[in-house]
Design a protein around this ligand. Structure first.
Ligand code: AMP
Length: 432
């Protein structure tokens, strides 16, 4: 179904067409008419389904249909979202969709001076996209009047609750106009999300575009079994040999992310890192360089990567599997967006097999395993046998000392350095 069938104003249709959108995605087909009718919405939709446009476009249309009766300084739409990156991304999208309208959009999140944001709020803003904690600070400092908000969106509600924002969200909701139209988007529906939806929404229209906890069909998923200590070497080899050009890699910790980036750069693969300890400016620069194709790899931790929207991202690599199986679904949602194809690769060590089993249970399918020659995972039995042989050999040689240390030393040897040609001529479609 095309956007024209929903009689959007010409300024919105023009912007949509300039974004290159032709047909509506399923969540847009269902959410747009409901929101335009004034219904509350409860949508089960994961990132990458086009959910931002699904709420932003009808909100913009309704702002045209019914211009504000109050002063311009009153905010009409409030969107709460878990991370700064996601807030920026949503604001960028809304700016794109409203570029032929007179609408101001402001992002509010931590890590930026409160006072600077307060001044911008005072000047008047139509749409606020915010993370809950910082927004609450402004509410408590009386910088913000939300009593005229007509539209309120909770985006990635499950993430916000996972990140411990529940009480902040509730306090924000108390400050918002009770008669506003409300929308809640979430990829998963835990009991706490259901409770929030119950408290927050009034007879919502239920929308579900993907079964809960399933992965998009457009993403092909594969597992490479490998020893933990050889993951770095394998990832360099895969990127180099297969000439992957835009790869998002997830690591379990900030330390691991920093180390990996260093190693990849040494291997000749231009890489950047985003994690919670990096300053906001650094994170933005890393993301920009990645989007522009100046670096081939972006290494990220779970939290930092939330909300990253990189168009046409083909490869997501789980260098370490996530602690929670649900996070696997979120991670690989970074690829295969809006119907495009993507590949999700998981490097799985022996110790991670159990987590992998949890993931497979959650997504309801077994993932194909590909063993790369030279990277076979030795079985524990083989390792023990190997140790025993060495020990008896050492005994014979009257060199009983340090045998196990030798073996362990061999296992801990740094991986080979993999020299990779820099594919600086990689053509990567620039994201908006
Ligand atoms: P979202 O789920 O909102 O993060 O959107 C995922 C990606 O899909 C973004 O890059 C959007 O720009 C893009 N997108 C949204 N709607 C459409 C559409 N109807 N056609 C093509 N791309 C879209």
């Amino acid at each position: 179904m095309r956007f024209e069938s929903f009689s959007f104003a010409p300024e919105i249709l023009r912007a949509i067409s300039e974004c290159g959108y032709q047909k509506m995605t399923p969540v847009q087909q269902q959410a747009i008419p409901a929101i335009r009718r004034g219904q509350d919405v409860l949508a089960s939709a994961q990132t990458g389904t086009g959910k931002t446009a699904a709420f932003a476009l009808p909100i913009l249309q309704k702002m045209i249909d019914k211009p504000s009766e109050t002063q311009r300084s009153n905010t009409r739409a409030l969107i709460l979202t878990p991370t700064r990156e996601l807030a920026s991304q949503i604001a960028d999208n809304i700016n794109d969709y409203s570029k032929h309208m007179q609408v101001s959009v402001l992002t509010i999140y931590g890590g930026v001076k409160l006072e600077t944001q307060a001044q911008k709020i005072k000047r008047g803003v139509d749409i606020i996209v915010a993370t809950p904690g910082r927004l609450l600070e402004h509410i408590q400092a009386c910088n913000l009047n939300l009593s005229n908000v007509d539209f309120m969106v909770l985006d990635e509600a499950d993430r916000m609750l996972d990140m411990g924002f529940v009480s902040d969200i509730q306090k924000v909701l108390q400050a918002v106009n009770k008669n506003s139209q409300k929308m809640l988007f979430s990829a998963t529906f835990s009991s706490s999300v259901k409770k929030l939806a119950n408290d927050f929404l009034d007879k919502p229209k239920l929308i579900s575009v993907d079964k809960q906890n399933t992965t998009a069909d457009t993403v092909s998923q594969v597992v490479y079994p490998v020893e933990q200590r050889r993951k770095r070497e394998l990832v360099s080899e895969l990127i180099g040999k297969k000439n992957w050009k835009q790869v998002l890699i997830f690591t379990a910790t900030r330390d691991a992310a920093d180390k990996l980036v260093k190693e990849l750069n040494l291997d000749g693969i231009p890489s950047s890192v985003v994690h919670g300890e990096k300053a906001q400016g650094n994170r933005r620069r890393a993301l920009r360089e990645f989007k522009e194709g100046k670096v081939r790899v972006l290494v990220a931790t779970e939290v930092a990567a939330r909300g990253l929207d990189i168009q046409d991202l083909e490869y997501v690599v789980n260098y370490d599997l996530p602690f929670l199986a649900e996070d696997y679904v979120h991670r690989i949602g970074r690829t295969g967006r809006a119907g495009k194809s993507g590949v999700a690769i998981s490097l799985v060590s022996r110790e991670e097999e159990r987590t992998l089993a949890d993931i497979e249970k959650l997504i309801g399918k077994k993932l194909p395993r590909i063993t790369i020659a030279g990277y076979e995972v030795g079985s524990r039995d083989l390792l023990i046998k190997h140790l025993q042989t060495r020990r008896s050999f050492a005994k014979k040689q009257n060199r009983q000392d340090n045998v196990s240390e030798q073996v362990i030393g061999e296992r801990n040897m740094q991986g080979r350095r993999v020299k990779v040609k820099n594919s600086s001529n990689a053509k990567i479609k620039k994201s908006k």
